[in-house]
Design a protein around this ligand. Sequence first.
Ligand SMILES: O=C[C@H](O)COP(=O)(O)O
Length: 266
Amino acid sequence: MAVNDNPRRTPLIAGNWKMNLDHLQAIAFVQKLAWNLKDAKHDFSAVEVAVFPPFTDLRSVQTLVSADKLPLAYGAQDLSAQDSGAYTGEISGGFLSQLECQYVLIGHSERRTLHGEDDEQVAAKVKAALKHNLVPIICVGETAADLELHGPSAVPVAQLKAALSGVSNAADIVVAYEPVWAIGSGQAATPEQAEQVAAQLRNVLKDTLGEDVAARTRILYGGSVKGVNIAGYMREPNLDGALVGGASLDIDEFSSIVRFQKHVGL
Ligand SMILES: O=C[C@H](O)COP(=O)(O)O
């Protein structure tokens, strides 16, 4: 089968840097990434590319992207559910909008496990993102124990339903399916496994937000994605891109993921 080429969903390759690269490193990295992709004649309108640097890098990335008119999107790795006030250490969605972020990651498994974020907080953050005109990338995924106890889709489906409570059907959102056992482990889900869950997630979108939103919402796969395995995911009908962690910190590797079409002979 050829690459998933649903005309309503432009593929998105998103690089989550996690807590890596300071603002000076970020400038050099983004500049090199853009050059690299430009040299390779990457068509940014055919495959969208986004980076998710730490908060402290965002202003530098904004300045560079805007001054050099780079065709890269960027976003934050988290946001506060609150707009402003006495919330030490929190970052408002309003601040992120001011920095011209298009996206924000919400409910990444590292937020859920290391910072105890629950479904209710995730839902509140999704609402905050939409309120500030940010596209939330809602992360869901099961642990190895969940997989054994409940099978692959029960937990991600429940997490997505919870995250969407109170979301209107006009909303622009992205869903990222990231099995926790595949993150940073080198043990990626197979394309068939990821597709099976993505199809269930699309059903949730259909049931909660309607056919139209379900048809236009991108579902990404995340968990040990590399240049050598991206093509398999992109052939699946319900997968529209990838959320990449470790490999997004290596310019050649990330560029190879972005240019997945060359792996499928396009
Ligand atoms: O946000 C990205 C995911 O956590 C995947 O990380 P990874 O590509 O290092 O497995």
